[in-house]
Design a protein around this ligand. Structure first.
Ligand SMILES: Nc1nc2c(c(=O)[nH]1)N[C@H]1C(S)=C(S)[C@@H](COP(=O)(O)O)O[C@H]1N2
Ligand SMILES: [Mo]
Length: 366
């Protein structure tokens, strides 16, 4: 019998830092696993679960809800273990919350940090239902010596040579905020496997990395947590050797629904000349949205804002554009009540987080 020889495809080595090189097979593989929200889904107040963006570092764990338990321990007076039914029997809150990946905008950076290569649409808004974390912490009785709460997921893998669980922490003050939920439902349905079934943390207003999925353990600790996703990753730094500032709240961003219809391969838009209704969404985790502007070829005009749908969800906006025949670049930008203005230029850093540079959509009007 002859032995089958599996030939290894020649794949160029991964760049060691940010690059101007072509997209790698590894980035393509990540972008297929972790899909974005199609921009036309900005039309929904609440993103249907299957259209919501996804970011999964390792594998989606297979969890038997009957065997699953949440443990609450560490520096607490009373360690607790809860079943899913016990969590569902606790006081419940439903909140519309916009989640956005901190890496949104990464592939528009020059040079480009090599990681999940988002363009502009790593976002979604869902109605999340769960029990407030603060009630559970009060019941466990967090001791005075505790400084942070650590949240650990059931997923496990390697990053940069280090073997680890996905885990993040919050300061005691942040963890005590009333809007922070242990969420078991999304848009009125049990969480889908990819969104953290059976339970996830939900930290409204913060970039997505804080909202730990497949939650299994909550632990009060007496020293700041130094886990990879807390202390090494998710920092704004100019180079590899700086510690930098931790990534927390979502920077302001507005997106518009690309008008007209697209070309399949390039997604370039064609729009009919005349009045064209433009709509989109805007959000900021720092402060309420105060103003949104619609941009055409570098000029800006104000838009109309719909009433907000709660403090933590995106806000709809719209305007009418008098589309004149020719080639145009459409854009939009958000300004929040804390004075944060969405930039037109890239917001560059070593790992490509928080790049809220304004969208740019080429259209042909005829
Ligand atoms: N356990 C675990 N939680 C996680 C992640 C993960 O890989 N594992 N990814 C985080 C990141 S970076 C983001 S942006 C959000 C994405 O949530 P979603 O997939 O439900 O949109 O989940 C966060 N929680
Ligand atoms: Mo993310």
């Amino acid at each position: 019998m002859s032995e089958m020889q599996l030939s290894r495809p020649t794949i160029p080595p991964l760049p060691q830092g940010p690059t101007e090189g072509p997209l790698t097979v590894e980035e393509l593989q990540l972008s297929a696993r972790n899909h974005a929200m199609p921009l036309e889904a900005l039309r929904y107040d609440l993103t249907p679960a299957g259209l919501h963006y996804l970011l999964i570092h390792f594998d989606i764990p297979l969890i038997d809800p009957a065997a699953w338990r949440l443990s609450v321990g560490g520096s607490v007076a009373r360690a607790i273990e809860l079943t899913l039914d016990e969590i569902r029997a606790r006081p419940s809150v439903s909140l519309p919350v916009t989640l956005e990946c901190a890496g949104n905008g990464r592939s528009r950076l020059h040079p480009r940090p090599v990681s999940q290569p988002w363009v502009t649409e790593a976002v979604g808004t869902a109605l999340w239902t769960g029990t407030p974390l603060s009630g559970l912490l009060a019941e466990a009785g967090v001791l005075d010596e505790a400084v942070e709460i650590v949240f650990t997921g059931a997923d496990h893998g390697f990053e940069k040579g280090e073997e680890l669980d996905y885990a993040r922490s919050l300061s005691l003050a942040d963890a005590s905020r009333p809007e922070i939920l242990l969420a078991y439902a999304m848009n009125g349905q049990p969480l889908l496997p990819q969104h953290g079934f059976p339970l996830r943390l939900l930290v409204p207003g913060w970039y997505g990395m804080a909202s730990v999925k497949w939650l299994t353990r909550i632990e009060a600790v007496t020293r700041p947590f130094e886990g990879y996703y807390q202390a090494t990753n998710y920092h704004y730094r100019r180079g590899p050797d700086e510690r930098g500032e931790p990534v927390r709240r979502i920077r302001p961003r507005a997106l518009l629904v690309p008008p007209g219809y697209p070309d399949f391969l390039t997604r370039r838009r064609t729009v009919a000349a005349g009045p064209c209704r433009i709509e989109g969404r805007a959000w900021s985790g720092e402060a309420p949205i105060e103003r949104v502007e619609f941009g055409v070829d570098g000029g800006w005009m104000p838009v109309e804002l719909d009433p907000p749908q709660g403090a933590f969800a995106w806000r709809r906006w719209s305007c009418v554009w008098e589309a004149e025949p020719g080639e145009h670049i459409l854009s939009c930008r958000a300004i929040d009540a804390a004075g944060n203005v969405q930039p037109i230029e890239q917001n560059w850093n070593w790992i490509g987080v928080g790049n809220n540079m304004a969208q740019a959509i080429p259209v042909t009007v005829r």
